[in-house]
Ligand binder design. Sequence first.
Ligand code: ADP
Ligand code: MG
Length: 725
Amino acid sequence: MRYEALKESYKRKALEIEESQKRSDLFAKNVFNDGKMLQFLTKEAYDKVKSAIFSGNKIDRKIANQVAEGMKAWAMSMGATHYTHWFQPLTGATAEKHDAFFDLLPNGSGMEKFDGSQLVQQEPDASSFPSGGIRNTFEARGYTAWDPTSPAFVYKTTLCIPTIFVSYTGEALDNKAPLLRALHAVDEAATGVAQYFDKNVRKVYATLGWEQEYFLVDKALAQSRPDILMTGRTLVGNSAAKGQQLDDHYFGVIPSRALSFMSALEKQCMILGIPVKTRHNEVAPNQFELAPVYEEANLSVDHNLLLMDVMDEIANAHGFKVLFHEKPFAGINGSGKHNNWSLATDTGVNLLSPGSTPMKNLQFLTFFINTIKAVDTYEELLRSSIASASNDHRLGANEAPPAILSIFIGEQLGNVLDELEGVSKGKLSPQEKTELKLNVVGKIPEILLDNTDRNRTSPFAFTGNKFEMRGVGAKMNCAKPMTVLNTIVAKQLTDFKKEVDALIDKKSLKKDEAVFNVLREYIKTSKRIRFDGDGYSFEWQEEARKRKLSNNKNTPEAIQVLTSKESIALFDATKVMSEKELVAHQEVELDNYVFHIQIEGRILNELVYNYVFPATVKYQNGLLENIAGLKEVYGAAHKGLTEPQLNILEKMAEHLVSAKKMSDAMMDAKRQADKKATIAKKAQAYCNNVKPYFEQIREHVDVLESLVSDELWPLTKYRELLFVK
Ligand code: ADP
Ligand code: MG
């Protein structure tokens, strides 16, 4: 009966929504969520989908047909004419291939058709998607397969079905398949541990709340710059007289044009079920941030990807271009995408939030300390998950956060861990237990209430009831860091449970004693990852080196660890990725890196030759003509008059010669790099031999920009690009 009652209430709600204009009523209007499923699916299909979402059970063909029928009916009622499998190839973006709900009948007439087989599986012509050698283009193709845990939605006139993308032999060709496996692994491991504290827990979800930073630039101006158009960032450009020095942008009044873009964006997000909540200006001019209410991690990842697509579209309609690049402007803060992460049970408990009883707090400490331990063990791997050519401008460059992973937990929690570390080994005396429960574990909630000393320089900070991973790039698919984080925590929790169970069985310790014992050891052995000081300081680099923490400053270096013996063992034990997949994914990452630097090099060379050179020469000619004229009129007396012109001419010549020389040398280095036999060597060559020229070329070009007449300078300047009104 519950089903019928629910169905009725959703029907009523749907009617009310039709008539209402309220934002919250628009929420998920275009999403095939629980309410829509109740209306459009049979009870049998509804139950099967729900159980597939909860326990990962397979959906058979008969049910898939029923679901497809219901989904089609709903989508068509929303005006959809096409459907697409929506997936996340390793390029980092999303991909789709639209097919019409249309089929020909044998008698030649047309009909609307979409059945279970089309819902469950599709074969995109995917030979051009990167596969790192897994899928030889001629032998095997890849296929997309429905992910029922992320609801289908209608975007414009297309029903979009979130899918994974795998090869015929089952290897992941995308970012979603490994993520789903990691989420499954962490669910299993964390549920086992959570049951120490509450037997009713049946499932643990990873939660993710991202904060998306971005820049808005006028569309026409952005289009006038080949570098922005082709690489997403400015490769040259003299700093504007006013940058972010005044800090007057942060939380300031949002410019009206940007505000109308944001309103439209938020409305569309609501309709698509993306629960956006906050918006504000960021530190840099033209930089903004948008954050949703957190969600289950897989859904949250999908929503972030969808959001980026929607932002592109809406910005376009509002005369803007959105820049997601991690460092679009030199000298101005870059953009990141903080990933707030936690674990939540199906009983509604945030496992990283302390509770009202000592047992709840012990549960909190268990998950808290295990996360710290996991990050300590796999710091280099976690760092690798946020490596990309564009994010290299932030991590390890002159920008937040550092490339060294460390965890900030604050002084008070640090003290709690210190006290726990002092607890004696083995069985605890009754006094010790009471003391521990009342004065250490019991005090945690009060401590956290005033735990406001957040450290903004930390790449992985505990912020009261979640960890915040700050190094994720603005452009990046969060699936990558979320896959690694959930995998390492899964592995850690599995190890933890084994150790605790062994102490209970073999040493006959009580459960809480066993937990304390293992946690105490973890606190001891994971100290090096804890750092509350200034993550940007030189001293920290030195200290981190002593602590043997990795400090990989560029992508080719950072992603080597993906195929280390330890990583292969980790991903194998958790069944998240096979060695073959790791090798392939690493290769794709390296490929992406090379493409990226290749394009930047070409565009920079083009800017020097086709923009900077002609403009400078034209200005030089003007000056030369002027000097000749002055000579003619003033004869010998011209000297005093032409000196400034000559001086500028000389300076220009000097920088033009250098810019061209370096550009030529860069192109030479590029040709050499292209000859390297392996993709790893090629990526290294691009990183070490090609990329270093970029900054040097830029310096000369930027001086030329400051010398050449504004009228003749062909590239839109920083002050015109920034400062949207
Ligand atoms: P700040 O900018 O100070 O870091 P915000 O309020 O902008 O903080 O962002 C906090 C983010 O953390 C939001 O996206 C929110 O949804 C997310 N968040 C809050 N609680 C959790 C949780 N339990 N799990 C995951 N994310 C969370
Ligand atoms: Mg944040």
